[in-house]
Design a protein around this ligand. Sequence first.
Ligand code: 3PG
Length: 306
Amino acid sequence: MKKILVVTDKPFAASAVSGIRKITEEAGYQLGLLEKYTSKEELLTGVADADAIIIRSDIVDKDVIAAAKNLKIVVRAGAGYDNIDLAACTEKSIVAMNTPGQNSNAVAELALGMMVLQARNQYDGSSGTELRHKKLGIHAYGNVGRYVAEIAKGFGMEVYAYDLFVDAAKMEAEGVKPVGSVEELYKTCQYVSLHIPANEKTKKSINFELLSMMPKGATLVNTARKEVIDEAGLLTMFTERPDFRYLSDIEPAIKAELADKFAGKFFFTPKKMGAQTSEANNNAGIAAAKQIVGFFEKGDKTFQVN
Ligand code: 3PG
């Protein structure tokens, strides 16, 4: 009997686990859970007999691949797969997949939620500002970016986007103004919401040079990855621009330094929780389980990323 293992340091909602269990058991597979594991050893031992694993931001590196002797497929229940060593998977003919779009609305709601929180000075009782008529730049118009645009338009924001891979006509049809360069996006928009993946091209690409182009009242929203930020540049931006605000679903390494000097000008979730809703967990977890069954039963490799 094939064993599917759910490996989640940050567990799914119980309803998502029930959904995953139903799909895998109805297909005749055994379901295992490795939640909130406390050491790499526990992870390596846990994956030893798994034919398939479902992960979130859990790290699947060379050691995990080597320890998982039966592994044929790893599905990242989510969008970003920078936590998987794709080359190591490919070397062992292991298929890696993600579940694009399944948790996007949850991430988008968090991005807008943090913007409202900060616009109201984190509800400290003082007069804040409104989002209506402000310019929002969406840096990468993918699944999350599109939801952010939709919700932001509801707030009455003027929405711009930059994405090399999306047709300007498609953005315009969705009420979004396309811009021709990253620089133009940052020069135009008081709010910028990041939706780029972390890869060799994007790491540390959000630097002081780019941020300093933003107009007065500049607010950067990061529900993407911490690796895309040049933290030295971020610190310079806080120092040089008293109007700058940074809202992030991922705490930067320089959090303590920011807390010392710039309290009230940033907000970080204590644990990455953009996709932490029962709806997103259900969508992504169940999609992952279905993709595994489809792969084993029909050889379906849709959403393969390696
Ligand atoms: C993703 O890439 O899908 C999001 O960053 C969510 O990550 P999580 O599953 O660890 O919450």
